[in-house]
Structure formats: C-alpha cells, structure tokens
Design a protein around this ligand. Structure first.
Ligand SMILES: *Cc1c(COP(=O)(O)O)cnc(C)c1O
Length: 406
C-alpha cells in the first residue's frame, strides 16, 4: 500500500506536512487506494463493499459512510487547510446545512451581515424554523461581534471576504472573542481557498467551502466541504454526515481531485488578472466604486495583507446608473452573465436580482447591494480580452449593441 506516494515523498526528502502547498495539491490525499501504482486516483464507483468475513471490513462498508475516492479527496483538502479531517458534500449549501445540525433550539448564532444569499435563506427560513436565532453584524469590527454575544450564543459565522461587498474580517481577532467565550468559529473560505487563506491557522474551528467555485474551478461540478482540526468535532460531523447523506459522489470527488492539482496556478493567474481589471475599472468615468481587497484604499487592506497570501479574483463595482449596469450585462460577450464564480470562465452577476434576491430590499440597499452593483468573477481568459469586453460593453448603445456614432 502507498508505494507510489512513498517514492514521491522520499524523493522530496520530506514528510507530507512539510511539502509546499502546490506539491500537496498534486500529491496530498489518503492514497489508501494505491495498490496498483495508478497515478490518477481510481473512481470507486461502488455503493457498497463486501466483507471478507463475519465482523470484518476492508475499511469500507457503504459509500454514504465512506468511499475510497471521496476519502482521498477529503484527506487532500484536510491537508491543504491544515486540518485533521474534511468532509465532502454534494454542494456548498449541503455543507452549511450540515454545520447547522450542530445547533439546537434556543441557540443563537452571530453571522456576518453580508453573507452569501443561500446561507442567509438557510438561516432565516430553515434554521430559524428549528429554533435557532441569528444576529447579523458587521464582523469586520470584532467589537461588534463581542457586543452581540448573549448567554445563548453558540457560534460566530464569518465570510471573508464577503459576497458581494468584499468586506474583510480579521479572523484572529474574532477567534480571540470566540475562544474567550467558548463559542465555535465557522469561516466560509470559498472566495480565497486555502491557497490564499487558512482560517484554522488563524483560530477558526470549522472551515466551509463551496467547492463548486475555485476548488472545482471549471464551472462544471457542485460540491461543498467542512474542514476541522479538533478530532471530537470531526467525530460529531462524521456522524451527522453519514446520517444526513448529502455526500459527494465518487465521480465528482474525482473531478475535484483533478481540479485541485491546478489550484495554485489558477489562483495566481486569476488574481493577477483581477487586479488588472480592478485597476482598469477605476479609471472609468462610468464606475463609481470598485470593491477589491487587493487595492490599497480598500478599508481592510492591511488586515487582508496580514491574514492572507493574496486577495483572490472576486470583485464588485458600482456603476454610475442602473442603465450602465444593465448595459454591461447585455453587452458582454467573453464574460458571461451567469451566477457562480471561481471557474475558468469569467462570470458577471447582478447580485440584486440573483444571489441576493431573497434578502429584504431595505437590508440589501443598506449594504450597498443596489441596482448599480455588479459582481465579477475573473477567470482564466487573457486580462486584455476581459478589459476589452468590459470597455466595449460600457460604451455600447442602450440595447447592448455597439453605439452608432452620429
Ligand atoms: C456558492 C457559495 C455557497 C453555496 O455553495 P453551493 O455549492 O452553490 O451550494 C456558499 N458560500 C459561498 C461564499 C458561496 O459563494
């Protein structure tokens, strides 16, 4: 068992934990499947596993509980996040929903006031029905988090940077509050991935991912993850995972393993292009504000630099009028007007009508999610082509066609 992996590690002269991140993206994982030397992880397309004898098991019984392909992916991601265990789900929302199963009626959770729309819907429509209450606060101010703690508070749920306003929360500062008060700290790390940010190292207890985004990276697969360090918490989550059953299939686990091999290369290139696009947007008279943590005038630029290795490739911007925003959406050609983010294909969204449509209007407007705000996920196309596409769109006629000069 594990011959191929041992050779890689011997050649590097290192234990797995000391390998560089980009090497781990390729060679991390459980390798428990590895009896043939297969360089690509096999897809164990089996729902169940035969027992060698009474009371005996190969280590696998039934794929809802564990499957060798998924196990490899989970070990891979646990290693990348510096966790001890990771659980793979059929979507990001399945992962967040499962985390909510840790709480009981009467429990109170403090959450970032600019969270993903689906998470907001889960909290206020399902978890609230189950007797869990929420306070939404601006978690980029740790004092507000501390002030919101009540005797019933059990956890703090943070997204950083937030979607779509790109607000950054100081994870270590919030972790000091949660540690002192005995609360769980959950951090949604979808936007930056462990390549740029490792919340467990900063004091978080549970890291959440929509693997549909950068980890999957190709806009073709839904998936989600929870990653933890504490073995007792991992045990509780494992019990819930096998009980609820929203686990990732063997084939989709394999797609994720394949994608993660290129995670570091994709993140670097997408970030480089995002910074170029952000800088270009700032020069445009039709653009009033650009929200990107990699710009030095971003309000949490210093915190972002301190706790991350990079700012990622998500940005949002406010146009001068709603007409300009709609014109851009109609006229872009290389960039596609579609939900989701993090993939090779650049995507633009209108948060007001899409991801945040279920959030009450007053709450949405107060956060800056207006009819002039667009969110852009910068993909792997050439930055020049993305900028040219936006330039053409922003100067196009009202119907999205090229403006006729008179
Ligand atoms: C997309 C997303 C989710 C939900 O993930 P799905 O894979 O779409 O279920 C959760 N959090 C963030 C930050 C996201 O972007």
């Amino acid at each position: 068992m594990g011959l191929a992996r041992r050779c890689v590690l011997c050649a590097a002269g290192k234990g797995e934990s000391t390998l560089e991140f980009q090497t781990l993206c390729i060679h991390g994982g459980s390798k428990k499947y590895d009896v043939t030397g297969a360089v690509s992880v096999p897809i164990f397309q089996s729902a169940t596993f035969a027992h060698p004898g009474v009371g005996e098991s190969t280590g696998y019984d039934y794929s809802r509980q564990q499957n060798p392909t998924r196990e490899h992916l989970e070990a891979l991601l646990a290693g990348l996040e510096n966790g001890t265990d990771a659980l793979a789900f059929s979507s990001g929302m399945a992962a967040v929903s499962l985390a909510m199963e840790l709480f009981a009626p009467g429990d109170h959770i403090i959450a970032s006031d600019d969270i993903y729309g689906g998470t907001h819907r889960l909290f206020f429509h399902l978890s609230a029905k189950n007797g869990v209450t929420f306070s939404l606060v601006n978690t980029s101010d740790p004092a507000r988090v501390e002030a919101a703690v009540t005797p019933r508070t059990k956890a703090v749920f943070v997204e950083t940077p937030t979607n779509p306003m790109m607000q950054v929360t100081d994870i270590a500062a919030v972790a000091r509050v949660t540690r002192a008060q005995g609360l769980l700290l959950l951090v949604d790390n979808t936007f930056l991935t462990p390549y740029f940010q490792k919340p467990l190292d900063l004091g978080a207890d549970i890291v959440i991912h929509s693997g549909t985004k950068y980890l999957g990276g190709h806009n073709d697969t839904l998936s989600g993850f929870l990653v933890v360090r504490d073995p007792a918490l991992a045990g509780r989550l494992r019990f819930l995972h096998k009980t609820v059953g929203a686990c990732l299939s063997p084939f989709e686990s394999w797609l994720l393993i394949r994608s993660i091999k290129t995670l570091s290369v994709r993140m670097e290139r997408q970030q480089e292009s995002a910074l170029r696009v952000a800088r270009w947007l700032r020069t445009r008279p039709e653009v009033e504000a650009v929200h990107y943590p990699g710009l030095p005038d971003h309000p949490q630029y210093e915190i972002s630099r301190r706790q991350t290795r990079g700012s990622g490739a998500m940005l949002s911007f406010a146009t001068d009028t709603a007409e300009t925003a709609e014109r851009i959406l109609r006229a872009v050609r290389v960039i596609q007007y579609a939900e989701s983010l993090g993939g090779a294909e650049s995507l633009i969204t209108y948060p007001m009508l899409q991801t945040h449509a279920d959030i009450p209007e007053a709450e949405r407007e107060a956060k800056g999610i207006t009819n002039r705000l667009l969110r852009l996920s910068v993909g792997l196309e050439a930055a020049e082509d993305l900028i040219a596409d936006l330039e053409r769109a922003v100067t196009s006629g009202p119907d999205g066609g090229d403006r006729v000069k008179t």
